[in-house]
Design a protein around this ligand. Structure first.
Ligand code: HEC
Ligand code: HEC
Ligand code: HEC
Ligand code: HEC
Length: 367
């Protein structure tokens, strides 16, 4: 407000015409200020807003009011796409009962009710969770329809029939993960528990992300010969040993053997590893300016496992990385590059970017 009155005072005594322009300017400034103030402090339950907003204050009288996502049962039942109870606050983020936009559908803020209507970068969106989403790439999530036909996400926005585990349901992911997650939760060696899967423990978002992403990719018929999410060293689970074509080998993909893999979350130890692992995106680290995330997301800026085809500016220059992966000769980023073809996945640059220090030690120097 101060700034507005100052600009008026500064211009006292000018001609009528100029004053009118300035009044218009001042009005514009007042509106600009009103918009800023309203984003941080609403006076009642979002009386200014047609739709509630997941990532902003829900409208108490002070700026310190909790975010809508933090009230009621929302923290323990995360995500807007499911886990609805009497004490969660979610319907109003997408549907407005009295102030719905006339050109929307089903009281929504959008006229395209597929995932893409709200989440596709570049399209009109009603959420901060935006993914670059072009045609092509191994997951071919190029069209609005394809995002629900790859078996990764569910095909309804409410999560009906979804996972029994809150952290999986929150991301609207395929509940076919649940059988294998139950196996992991039953083994103390896995580091995975029912409590954590239901968002009632201490895991941070990176750990939740690694577990639900890993087990999602592991769904039978997809990457089912890998163990992708590993929280405890040495933990193993049975996996098919090959990717045989089932039509050529109807007996299956067997035999199953116990498999383990690289830790999905681990601190750097400054001896062999100079950078930590915070979920899959530490290694599958292609980023994209068009891809954003909310504060509850670990995927802000990252494209994995979505589009591999051009959308925004990205950290592999003008092209895209095969396997969403950049490479380097050491943790300083010397000789940085990216995988361009399938064969590149064998390159050591995928490992040296964490396992060799710039000049002194690590794998390849003192090991
Ligand atoms: C993340 C956004 C989102 C949230 C949160 C949400 N909905 Fe919806 N809802 C949608 C979309 C998108 C559709 C349209 C689905 C379609 O056409 O397939 C829809 C459709 C509906 C429909 C119409 C179904 C039909 O077949 O016509 C009802 C009823 C509904 N929602 C009620 C609710 C209620 C009640 C809640 C809270 C418990 C809720 N929604 C929460 C996005 C949401
Ligand atoms: C009507 C709009 C709307 C539609 C349609 C919609 N979403 Fe969302 N989605 C949201 C909103 C709102 C959020 C909450 C995040 C935010 O805005 O901060 C969200 C969040 C998400 C998240 C992140 C959840 C989290 O906790 O971080 C995922 C994953 C997601 N949506 C997947 C989907 C998929 C898959 C579909 C299609 C089946 C879909 N969405 C359809 C509005 C929508
Ligand atoms: C330590 C680095 C690292 C981490 C962490 C990592 N990956 Fe990978 N990933 C790789 C490398 C390198 C390859 C290529 C080599 C290969 O295929 O094994 C790969 C390949 C893959 C493949 C294709 C391989 C196949 O056999 O089908 C999938 C799928 C995959 N990663 C998913 C994930 C998921 C999901 C996570 C998180 C739970 C994850 N990755 C975490 C480095 C990593
Ligand atoms: C994003 C950083 C990062 C990348 C990339 C990475 N690692 Fe690691 N790696 C770590 C961290 C952190 C640890 C745990 C360090 C510790 O506590 O010993 C680790 C541990 C290991 C271990 C010891 C595992 C165990 O169970 O004792 C091996 C082996 C290893 N990494 C191999 C690789 C290989 C091979 C690649 C490349 C395909 C790779 N790493 C890529 C960060 C990384």
């Amino acid at each position: 407000m101060k700034q507005v009155s100052k600009s008026i005072n500064m211009n006292e005594g000018v001609s009528m015409k100029k004053s009118m322009i300035l009044v218009a300017l001042a009005v514009a400034l007042v509106f600009a200020f009103a918009a800023t103030a309203h984003a941080t402090s609403s006076k009642t339950w979002n009386y200014q807003e047609d739709y509630y907003s997941w990532g902003t204050s829900f409208g108490a009288s002070d700026d310190a009011a909790p975010l809508l996502s933090d009230i009621g049962d929302n923290p323990s039942l995360p995500g807007v796409h499911g886990n609805y109870t009497a004490n969660t606050a979610k319907c109003g983020i997408c549907h407005s009962v009295h102030r719905a936009l006339g050109d929307g559908v089903k009281l929504l803020n959008t006229d395209v009710a597929t995932c893409a209507g709200c989440h596709q970068a570049g399209a009109t969106t009603v959420t901060e969770v935006v993914v670059s989403w072009e045609a092509g790439g191994p997951h071919r999530s190029g069209t609005p329809e394809q995002c629900t036909t790859r078996a990764c996400h569910m095909d309804n926005p409410h999560g009906a029939g979804g996972s029994e585990y809150a952290i999986v349901a929150a991301k609207l992911l395929n509940p076919d993960t649940d059988v294998q997650l139950a196996v992991a939760a039953a083994s103390p060696a896995s580091g995975i528990t029912e409590t954590e899967l239901n968002a009632l423990g201490t895991w941070d978002e990176a750990t939740r992300s690694a577990v639900r992403t890993g087990y999602n990719c592991n769904i039978e018929g997809c990457h089912f010969n890998t163990l992708l999410a590993v929280l405890e060293e040495g933990y193993s689970e049975d996996r098919w040993s090959t990717y045989n074509d089932p039509s050529a080998d109807p007996a299956g993909y067997g035999p199953k053997v116990g498999k383990t893999g690289h830790l999905s979350v681990a601190a750097a130890n400054d001896e062999t590893a100079f950078a930590p692992v915070d979920s899959c995106i530490s290694c599958h680290d292609q980023t994209d300016a068009a891809t954003a995330g909310n504060p509850y997301s670990t995927v802000s800026g990252y494209t994995f496992p979505h589009s591999q085809t051009p959308a925004g500016a990205n950290n592999t220059d003008d092209a895209r990385a095969w396997l969403w992966m950049t490479t380097a000769g050491n943790v300083e980023g010397d000789d940085a590059g990216y995988f361009e073809v399938a064969q590149d996945k064998a390159k050591d640059g995928a490992c040296l970017k964490c396992h060799r220090s710039g000049t002194t030690s690590g794998i390849g120097l003192s090991h």
